[in-house]
Design a protein around this ligand. Structure first.
Ligand SMILES: Cc1cc2nc3c(=O)[nH]c(=O)nc-3n(C[C@H](O)[C@H](O)[C@H](O)COP(=O)(O)OP(=O)(O)OC[C@H]3O[C@@H](n4cnc5c(N)ncnc54)[C@H](O)[C@@H]3O)c2cc1C
Length: 414
């Protein structure tokens, strides 16, 4: 069997790792890793965006960690805050309303308990229904609208899956006195040399001569099982495993679909390193629901890695079809960081870079769930399999990508 794998991100490389078949990986860019890449500049270690890990699968953890020693990792207890007006409220907001002013706490509690809405059919309605208007409108709606860059009534009610920190009324009240802010990851691990260390662990198991860089796939002939790359080369496959964004795969295969079903956001990331430590010395990352700040989240590598110079990633959400010019946003980012008290006037920037993640968060809708499933099933009849965060058009972690690749490889190995 000859498998062609499209994309050398975590999903494509993991599939190659678990597969028993001969394979060729075709990657459009000049390096492996996809979104799990690390850059190093002037002593700063930056990922494409903050990439932190919370392994749940022992087998995967052991395989990934085999060549990474404990001294090369940090494992902090998550410290995350929300900048809400002049306060720094602990995350998740809904479990920490007791940290608001008395008036706002009463408003949140009143709406939480006097909520006649019992049914919901989309993400926005779910927020109102589960938490009441005040919690929804003070944090959950403005924050997620900034992140997803769309009206939240477009998203499926379960668009964030296990990544959404649900909380029952009882838990919210209990948290007033005995704090338990655990969401899906109470601690996380992070390699001191950046997230790309994990990609190195995966690729150490592969024959790198089978990975072809600068080989963008430009057409797929599903009937004759051929792919064409941008240099005009055509290759035959028995099975094709794609990690491309799902609508792009449909385009390349010449499959018609309703373009309105697929939408997504882009994230513009600024990684910025300063000459000394700033005023924020503990939080690992801070969420910004208010529109007056251009970013929705700022993370502090220096607090995660105990460094003595501020080193941040700053994330700004855009809709999928916007043309982003990073230069237009850089000065605004520094101004807003200063206004939010994240840096002080005496701090000087030593280095910075920007990255556009497009797509970043896909808009999971009722229609996209059905369309992806149906079209994946039909593509499988032609030996085409689509996996990965974008290939499965989903919200997931790197560990989920490895699991999905392992499941497909095990199924096809049989
Ligand atoms: C802002 C943000 C923060 C995140 N934070 C975390 C985190 O903290 N922890 C975590 O576990 N996960 C995190 N993730 C998720 C994680 O980045 C993804 O799950 C993972 O990187 C996806 O890997 P993938 O291989 O499925 O896709 P990708 O990384 O997108 O890989 C796809 C590959 O296909 C290549 N390609 C594209 N077009 C072509 C073509 N025509 N021909 C050939 N190759 C092509 C691309 O260049 C790329 O290398 C985050 C994601 C985002 C957007």
């Amino acid at each position: 069997m000859n498998d062609i794998i499209v994309g050398a991100g975590v999903s494509g490389l993991s599939y190659a790792w678990f597969s028993n078949n001969d394979y060729t990986v075709l990657e459009s860019t000049d390096s492996i890793g996809g979104y799990c890449k690390t850059t190093k500049k002037n002593g700063f270690v930056w990922d494409y965006s903050g990439h932190f890990f919370h392994f749940q699968d022992k087998e995967i953890e052991e395989m990934i960690m085999r060549d990474i020693s404990e001294e090369d990792l940090v494992e902090p207890v998550k410290n995350t805050k929300i900048k809400y007006k002049d306060l720094l409220v602990e995350y998740p907001f809904q479990k920490n309303i007791h940290q608001l002013s008395k008036e706002e706490l009463i408003e949140c509690l009143y709406d939480l308990f006097n909520n006649s809405q019992t049914e919901y059919s989309n993400f926005k309605e779910m927020l109102y229904c589960k938490f009441g208007a005040a919690i929804a409108e003070k944090f959950l709606i403005p924050y997620n609208t900034k992140l997803y860059a769309c009206d939240l009534n477009r998203l499926d009610k379960d668009a964030m899956g296990r990544f959404f920190p649900y909380a029952e009324k009882e838990e919210i009240i209990k948290n007033f006195k005995s704090e338990n802010n655990n969401s899906y990851n109470a601690t996380f691990v992070y390699p001191k040399q950046g997230a790309f260390e994990y990609v190195k662990s995966i690729v150490a198991n592969l024959d790198e001569s089978k990975i072809r860089l600068n080989s963008a796939v430009v057409a797929i002939d599903i009937k004759n099982r051929n792919v064409t790359t941008k240099d005009g080369q055509t290759m035959h496959y028995d099975r094709l495993v794609s990690t491309l964004p799902f609508p792009k795969l449909l385009d390349l295969c010449g499959i018609e679909y309703d373009k309105r079903v697929y939408s997504w956001n882009q994230v513009l990331v600024f990684n910025i390193g300063f000459d000394c430590k700033g005023p924020v010395t503990e939080p690992h990352w801070i969420y910004f629901p208010e529109g007056k700040y251009v970013f929705y989240r700022v993370g502090f590598y220096d607090n995660i890695l105990s460094q003595d110079r501020t080193s941040v990633y700053v994330e700004i959400g855009f809709s999928g079809n916007e043309n982003i010019d990073p230069d237009k946003y850089y000065d605004r980012v520094l101004e807003d960081m200063l206004a939010a008290g994240l840096i002080s006037k005496n701090q000087k920037v030593v280095d910075h870079e920007s990255v556009i993640m497009n797509p970043a968060y896909v808009h999971i809708t009722e229609k996209s769930i059905v369309d992806v499933k149906n079209k994946k099933d039909s593509l499988a009849h032609y030996g085409v399999y689509s996996i990965g965060r974008y290939g499965s058009w989903t919200y997931c972690s790197i560990e989920d990508n490895i699991k999905e690749a392992r499941e497909l490889a095990n199924r096809l190995n049989r």
